[in-house]
Design a protein around this ligand. Structure first.
Ligand SMILES: C[S@@+](CC[C@H](N)C(=O)[O-])C[C@H]1O[C@@H](n2cnc3c(N)ncnc32)[C@H](O)[C@@H]1O
Length: 164
C-alpha cells in the first residue's frame, strides 16, 4: 500500500492553499482518502492524524512523509485533553467521524473548534446539518460551504471558516 493507491474522495481542496498545518480527527479508516491525502497533495507543512485503529495508523506512518504525525488515540479523550491544554492548534481541522459518532461531534463542536485557526471540515448527516445554526452558537465560526459526501445525499461535508 502506498500513497498512489489512494483514490481521494470529495474535499474542499481550494481552502488548503491557505493552510500549512492540518489535523485529521478519525483520520485512518481509508488511509486518508477523505482528508489526509488532500493535505499531502497540497504540500502542507505538517499533517497530524488521530485514530484508535493502531494497525491503520501504522500503515499510514509508513506511507506518508516522516514529518507528519500519526497518533493512536481515542478522539473522545484526545480532543478535550488537547483543547484544555491550550497549546496546539492547526490551520485546518477535519472531523471525519463514523456515523455512530456524528452526535458526539455535534455535541463537542465548540471544543473541537478551538483547535482550528482557519477552517473546520465536518462530515455530518444532512438532517443533523440542517440545524447548523446550533453548531455556530457562541462560536467565532461561519458555515461557508456544504458538499455532498454520499451518493444517497444523506451525508455532507460542512465547511466552516474561523472568524477569530
Ligand atoms: C470514516 S472513517 C475515517 C476515514 C478517514 N478520514 C480517511 O480519510 O481515511 C472513521 C474512522 O474513525 C475511527 N474511530 C471511530 N471512533 C473513534 C474514536 N472514538 N477515536 C478514534 N478513532 C475512532 C475508526 O477507526 C475509523 O478509522
Amino acid at each position: 500500500m502506498n500513497l498512489s493507491d489512494i483514490s481521494p474522495n470529495v474535499y474542499p481542496t481550494t481552502i488548503l492553499k491557505e493552510c500549512k498545518t492540518g489535523l485529521c480527527l478519525f483520520g485512518a479508516g481509508f488511509y486518508g482518502a477523505n482528508d489526509a491525502i488532500h493535505m499531502h497533495n497540497a504540500n502542507m507543512k505538517k499533517i497530524t492524524v488521530i485514530d484508535f485503529d493502531a494497525k491503520k495508523i501504522q500503515v499510514m506512518k509508513e506511507m506518508y512523509p516522516a514529518k507528519d504525525v500519526f497518533l493512536v488515540s481515542d478522539v473522545t479523550e484526545w480532543v478535550p485533553n488537547t483543547a484544555s491544554a491550550g497549546v496546539l492548534t492547526w490551520d485546518i481541522v477535519s472531523v471525519d467521524a463514523p456515523t455512530n459518532m456524528f452526535e458526539w461531534v455535534r455535541d463537542n463542536f465548540d471544543t473541537i473548534a478551538t483547535l482550528a485557526n482557519k477552517y473546520l471540515v465536518v462530515t455530518m448527516y444532512s438532517d443533523l446539518a440542517h440545524g447548523v445554526a446550533d453548531f455556530c452558537d457562541n462560536l467565532d465560526v461561519e458555515l461557508v460551504d456544504r458538499m455532498n459526501r454520499s451518493q444517497n445525499g444523506l451525508i455532507e461535508l460542512l465547511v466552516f471558516s474561523c472568524l477569530r
